[in-house]
Design a protein around this ligand. Structure first.
Ligand code: MF3
Ligand code: CO
Length: 250
């Protein structure tokens, strides 16, 4: 069952979303050569707690940090630690914040210093694929209209979408129905209704779609070693344009 949020619940989701988006922005500003992924994670946790919220990811199914920080060929779920970022890296940061009974969830890939044009293109296409997808995030459309638009855009740029991990409903729990694949066929899947809150999150590989999970139990890397990018926002389905609940402040 896909939960529909009341106006009051939507207000609470807006508050969670704002904090989550600000935490992502803070992390993005910290991405530069010489910084460790642990330093970014600590700052994210401090910021979220200072807002009166709780990091959604910390201890989720045993996850040991507040942010997922995935570098270069790491797709998602990278565990922050001693790794020192270096010029040319691309750094995916995924954050969640829980306040007032609701979660926000968002992610983006940031350049570390000067990066290659190829890496920048991967970041740009991944971000744009989200916006191509949410053109279909309207009452009356079907879920896979979003999925299909993301897939078509990504593949038209020669990249591939990850299959094993998908977007999801988000609200009182971080992961709620429905699953939102980044591949699919127009006209399939549940019909979208106003009040649905969804995390749309294309995970895009420069090379093949195949991934591997590391022995740390979390980190997901590309199998071919080519780089990957991630972009995610929590959105609200309305009777008109979708509202991005984790929109950047500026
Ligand atoms: N943001 C991720 C998602 O959308 C969740 C991270 S998994 C966690 O599914 F364990 F780190 F929380
Ligand atoms: Co998510």
């Amino acid at each position: 069952m896909i939960t529909l949020r009341s106006p009051h619940e939507i207000d609470l989701m807006r508050r969670a979303g704002k904090i989550t988006a600000a935490a992502r922005a803070l992390a993005g500003e910290m991405v530069r050569p010489g910084v460790t992924t642990h330093e970014i994670d600590s700052a994210v946790e401090r910021f979220i707690r200072k807002q009166g919220a709780v990091p959604s990811f910390l201890h989720y199914q045993g996850y040991p940090a507040s942010a997922c920080i995935s570098v270069n060929d790491e797709v998602i779920h990278g565990i922050p630690g001693k790794r020192v970022l270096k010029e040319g890296d691309i750094v995916s940061v995924d954050v969640g914040a829980y306040i007032g009974g609701f979660h926000g969830d968002c992610a983006a890939t940031f350049p570390c210093g000067k990066i290659s044009p190829e890496a920048q293109d991967l970041i740009d296409v991944t971000r744009q694929s989200f916006f191509e997808g949410i053109r279909w995030a309207k009452e009356g459309q079907r879920l896979q209209d979003i999925s299909s638009a993301i897939q078509t855009y990504v593949e038209s740029h020669g990249y591939s979408v990850v299959r094993e991990y998908v977007g999801h409903g988000v609200g009182a729990k971080m992961h709620e129905p429905p699953e939102i694949p980044n591949f699919g066929r127009p006209g399939r899947g549940p019909r979208l209704l106003r009040g649905m809150t969804l995390a749309i999150e294309p995970m895009v590989n420069a090379g093949s779609a195949a991934i591997q999970q590391l022995s740390d139990g979390w980190t997901v890397k590309t199998l071919d070693g080519r780089w990957a990018a991630h972009y995610e926002n929590t959105i609200l389905i309305t009777d008109g344009e979708p509202e991005i609940l984790t929109a950047p402040a500026i």
